[in-house]
Unconditional design. Structure first.
Length: 283
């Protein structure tokens, strides 16, 4: 997660109309239509929406002290690989210098910036999803995983693993949180005992929730691969459906999601059941 100090120094440049001279300064590397640059959100990344020649795009940037350049390069390589497989994944746009990633030095710090194309469609909340849309949601994740199972090994370099993500959790836990640390150790030990194969483990999206998906008739556009990491594919399913609360396999949305998923790729049901069992024990 982004440091609050980093968020503050950037948000201090944003005015009451959600404009920021910092965003415009960074976008000089790509060009933009005057008066169209607005901040959209600040969470793990700073996201701005803008137009160039009347067409909409998204700017994403991070403080260089919080994001490693090699991880961004690895993410974009994966995104472009998936685009080459005809998946509907938002693609990066080259700057005026012909670069996908620009390093921009400013008075308040150095930032790594990327611009992505906008995908037409609509975002939905979990409560709005129909059974048909749930099927399409699962089908899209299944198609994504099926293509990621073919991902060459070199594309996995410089992407974090499940173990690294858990180690980050351990690092931020206060020393007096003994119960939480024991629980974390239990989870690590459990994960170490899981089976690993090409069919059940690889690069996952890690945030395939509805706010990163754009629905357009019979297709779903996929956004935001910056958290993609090495993990069991079932983790993407559980993370995607976390808004369902208690993961009840008989829930109509979950049932249709899994049916859609299995129409595109194999699901390791045993690991899914073990994951859900651990989730219930943890909760």
């Amino acid at each position: 997660m982004m440091k609050l100090s980093t968020m503050k120094k950037v948000m201090d440049t944003v005015d009451s109309e959600w404009r920021s001279p910092l965003g415009e300064l960074i976008l000089e590397k790509w060009g933009y239509d005057e008066g169209t640059v607005f901040i959209l959100r600040a969470s793990a990344n700073f996201i701005f929406v803008f137009k160039k020649d009347g067409k909409q795009y998204y700017l994403r940037f991070n403080d260089s002290c919080e994001r490693d350049l090699s991880t961004i390069e690895a993410e974009l390589n994966i995104v472009q690989y998936l685009g080459s497989k005809c998946l509907h994944v938002a693609q990066p746009i080259k700057s005026l210098n012909g670069e996908y990633i620009e390093t921009v030095k400013t008075e308040i710090g150095t930032f790594y910036a990327v611009v992505f194309e906008a995908i037409k469609g609509k975002h939905y909340d979990f409560e709005e999803i129909t059974s048909d849309q749930a099927y399409l949601w699962g089908k899209s994740l299944g198609a994504l995983h099926e293509n990621l199972k073919q991902l060459p090994e070199e594309y996995k370099i410089n992407r974090p693993s499940w173990r690294e993500n858990l180690l980050k959790v351990k690092e931020i836990l206060p020393s007096n949180e003994t119960v939480a640390k024991k629980e974390l150790e239990r989870i690590v030990k459990w994960a170490e005992g899981l089976n690993i194969s090409k069919e059940n483990f690889g690069i996952i999206h890690y945030d395939f929730e509805l706010d990163n998906l754009v629905f357009a008739e019979s297709t779903i556009g996929m956004l935001d691969f910056d958290d993609s990491s090495l993990n069991w594919y079932v983790a993407d399913i559980v993370y995607a459906l976390r808004d369902a609360g208690d993961f009840n396999i008989k829930h109509s949305i979950i049932t249709n999601f899994i049916q859609g998923y299995e129409s595109e790729t194999l699901l390791d049901m045993q690991i899914l059941k073990e994951t859900l069992s651990l989730r219930r024990c943890t909760n």
